[in-house]
Design a protein around this ligand. Structure first.
Ligand code: NAD
Length: 503
C-alpha cells in the first residue's frame, strides 16, 4: 500500500530502500514534502472526532483484530522487517511478538488508565464540592521512528495514542519505511476507520513537517535529532516525548552467577546486532570474577553465527541496517585500539556481500575511549575490570546518557541498593532489556536519553489533555471569601487559616 497523500509533480526524489544483508534495492517509496504531509495531517484531523466518538471498546476491538492479524501474517511481517533491516528471523520474531503483546495490552489497559477519576481533595475550599479529572485526546499525534525496530519503535508508540482517541501521522525511518506501509495495510484490514492513521514516508524534512502539523510529537531516535525535534516543536509550543540514545552499563558483582551474567552480556549486547537503544553497551566487572567472566563471554561469542536473515534459529547475528552506523562502530573500535584496548574477538567488517560487523569483545578499556562513553549501537562488548562496586557505580554514572542499566548479583538487597544509586530511567537486576515488554512499567531515559516515558499509565495519558472539572452542587448565594470584604469576615478567615495551618 502506498502512502495515502497525493504526491506533487515537483515532489522530492523517491526514497530508495535497500536490503542491508545484500546491498540490493528493494523498492522506492515516495518522499513526502511539507505540502503532502499537511494534506495527510488534515485527513487525520478530519477523521479524529469520529474515532474518538467510537469509544474505547470499539477502539479496543480494532487492536484485538490487529493482535490476531500480526500473528496470522507473521511470515509477511518477517519478510518485510528482515529484508529492510537485515536482522535475523529470530530478531524479527521479537518485533512480531512484542507488537502482538502491545496491541492486547493497550486494548485491555487503556480503559483503566483513561478512566475518569473522582478526587477527594485536601483543600478546605473543596468542602461540599466534587472534582473530576478526565483525559481528552490531544487530536493529531505525530510519531517519528528510527530504523532499528521499524514495527515496535514506530507503530507500538502509535497504539496508545490511537487507543486514547487520537488520529496519528506516523513517519517511519527513511531507512525502513516498508514496515510502516505494511502497518497501514494491517490496520485498514483490522477495521481502523479511513484517515485515522496516516503514514508519511520520507526523511528529516518530512519529519519536520509532521511536527509542524500535529498536536503532540512522540519521537524515538538519536539524541542529536531529538534536540532538533524539540527546537522545532517549541516554535508551535507542541509538547514532545523523546526516547533517545543510550550507553547502558552492566555491573557484574563478585557474588554474581558469572555464567548467567556472561550469557546475558553476550545476548543483550549482541541481539539485533547490538542495534538496540537498551543494548548492554559497556560492562564493569569486579576484579575477583573478571577473568572467568571474560573467558565465558569469549567462549559464547566464538560460537555465534552471522549472516543474512535465514530460517528460524539459523543465525544469531544479522546485518548492520544503516551504512553510517557501521562507520561509527569501526571508528569506536579503532579509537579503542589506538588508546590501548585489546580486541579479543571480532573487530572488523565481515568480508563479502552485505553490511556485517563481526561480534567484538574489547578488554583493557577505559573512559578515555569512545567505546565506553559514546553510543556505539553495534555488536561490541567492551569489558572493564573494576576494584569494587563504588568504582562501578561511579563509572556507570559517568555518562551523558541515562536510559537503562543492569546489575548482576546473588544478593538482591545489595543489587537493589546499587540500582538506586544508578542514574538511569530503568534498572534490571540479574536481567537486561526484558523490562521493555513489561508494558505496565514506565520506561524513559534520564539525562540526554530522553524526556517523558512510554508504557504504564503515563505512556497513554501523555497523548491526552488533562481536564479537571470542579462541581459545586449546593451553592450558597455568596461564599464567605467573596466581595464585599468586611472586617469581621477577614478576621474570621485569618483565624481559620491559623487554626488549620498554624500549629
Ligand atoms: P535518527 O535520529 O537519525 O532518526 C530518527 C527519525 O528522525 C527518522 O525517522 C528520521 O527521518 C527523523 N528525523 C531526522 N531529522 C529530523 C528532523 N529534523 N525533524 C524530524 N524528524 C527527523 O535516529 P536513527 O538513526 O533512525 O535511530 C537510531 C537512534 O535511535 C539511536 O541513537 C538509538 O539509541 C535511538 N533509539 C532510541 C530508542 C529509545 O526508546 N530510547 C529506541 C530505538 C532507537
Amino acid at each position: 500500500m502506498e502512502p495515502s497523500a497525493a504526491t506533487h509533480a515537483d515532489a522530492p526524489a523517491p526514497t530508495r530502500v535497500e536490503a542491508p544483508a545484500t546491498g540490493r534495492l528493494l523498492r522506492e517509496v515516495p518522499t513526502l514534502d511539507a505540502a503532502a504531509v499537511a494534506e495527510l495531517a488534515a485527513k487525520a484531523r478530519a477523521a479524529q472526532p469520529g474515532w474518538e466518538a467510537a469509544g474505547l471498546e470499539a477502539r479496543a476491538a480494532v487492536f484485538r483484530n490487529a493482535r490476531k492479524w500480526v500473528i496470522d501474517n507473521a511470515e509477511d511481517w518477517l519478510d518485510t522487517i528482515c529484508s529492510e533491516t537485515g536482522k535475523t528471523r529470530d530478531d524479527g520474531n521479537v518485533e512480531v511478538s512484542v507488537a502482538a503483546q502491545s496491541f492486547g495490552f493497550w486494548a485491555k489497559m487503556a480503559p483503566k488508565y483513561l478512566a475518569e477519576e473522582k478526587l477527594r481533595s485536601l483543600s478546605p475550599l473543596a468542602f461540599g464540592r466534587k472534582v473530576a479529572i478526565r483525559y481528552s485526546p490531544v487530536g493529531v499525534v505525530g510519531v517519528i521512528g528510527p530504523w532499528n525496530y521499524p514495527l515496535v519503535n514506530a507503530f507500538c508508540d502509535c497504539v496508545p495514542a490511537l487507543m486514547a482517541g487520537n488520529s496519528v501521522v506516523m513517519k517511519p525511518s527513511e531507512v525502513t519505511p516498508l514496515s510502516g506501509l505494511l502497518v497501514a495495510e494491517m490496520m485498514a484490514e483490522c477495521g481502523l476507520p479511513d484517515g485515522v492513521l496516516q503514514v508519511a514516508t520520507g526523511g528529516g524534512e518530512t519529519g519536520a513537517a509532521v511536527i509542524d502539523n500535529c498536536d503532540f510529537v512522540m519521537f524515538t531516535g538519536s539524541t542529536r535529532t531529538g534536540k532538533r525535534v524539540m527546537a522545532r516543536a517549541a516554535e508551535t509550543l507542541t509538547p514532545v516525548s523523546l526516547e533517545l540514545g543510550g550507553k547502558d552499563p552492566m555491573i557484574v558483582c563478585a557474588d554474581a552467577d558469572v555464567e548467567r551474567a556472561a550469557n546475558a552480556a553476550t545476548y543483550y549486547a549482541l541481539n539485533n546486532a547490538g542495534q538496540i537503544c537498551i543494548s548492554v553497551e559497556r560492562v564493569y566487572v569486579e576484579a575477583p570474577v573478571y577473568d572467568s567472566f571474560v573467558a565465558k563471554v569469549l567462549e559464547n561469542v566464538q560460537g555465534l553465527r552471522q549472516g543474512p536473515p535465514a530460517g528460524p534459529g539459523e543465525v544469531e547475528l544479522g546485518a548492520i541496517t544503516f551504512e553510517p552506523q557501521i562507520e561509527t562502530i569501526e571508528r569506536h573500535v579503532l579509537d579503542a585500539r589506538e588508546r590501548g584496548a585489546s580486541v579479543v574477538a571480532g573487530g572488523r567488517r565481515r568480508p563479502g556481500e552485505g553490511r556485517f560487523y563481526e561480534p567484538t569483545v574489547l578488554v583493557d578499556v577505559d573512559h578515555t575511549m569512545k567505546c565506553m562513553t559514546e553510543e556505539t549501537f553495534g555488536p561490541t562488548i567492551p569489558i572493564m575490570k573494576v576494584a569494587d562496586v563504588d568504582e562501578a557505580v561511579r563509572l556507570a554514572n559517568d555518562s551523558e546518557y541515562g536510559l537503562q542499566a543492569s546489575v548482576y548479583s546473588r544478593d538482591m538487597g545489595k543489587a537493589d541498593g546499587i540500582a538506586r544509586r544508578l542514574q538511569a530511567g530503568a534498572v534490571t537486576i540479574n536481567d537486561s532489556q526484558v523490562n521493555f515488554t513489561v508494558f505496565d512499567a514506565p520506561m524513559g531515559g534520564w539525562k540526554s536519553s530522553g524526556i517523558g516515558v512510554r508504557h504504564g499509565p503515563a505512556g497513554i495519558r501523555k497523548y491526552c489533555r488533562t481536564q479537571s472539572i470542579l462541581y459545586t452542587p449546593f451553592a450558597p448565594k455568596r461564599d464567605v471569601h467573596m466581595f464585599p470584604y468586611r472586617p469581621w469576615r477577614s478576621k474570621l478567615m485569618s483565624r481559620v487559616v491559623r487554626l488549620l495551618y498554624g500549629r
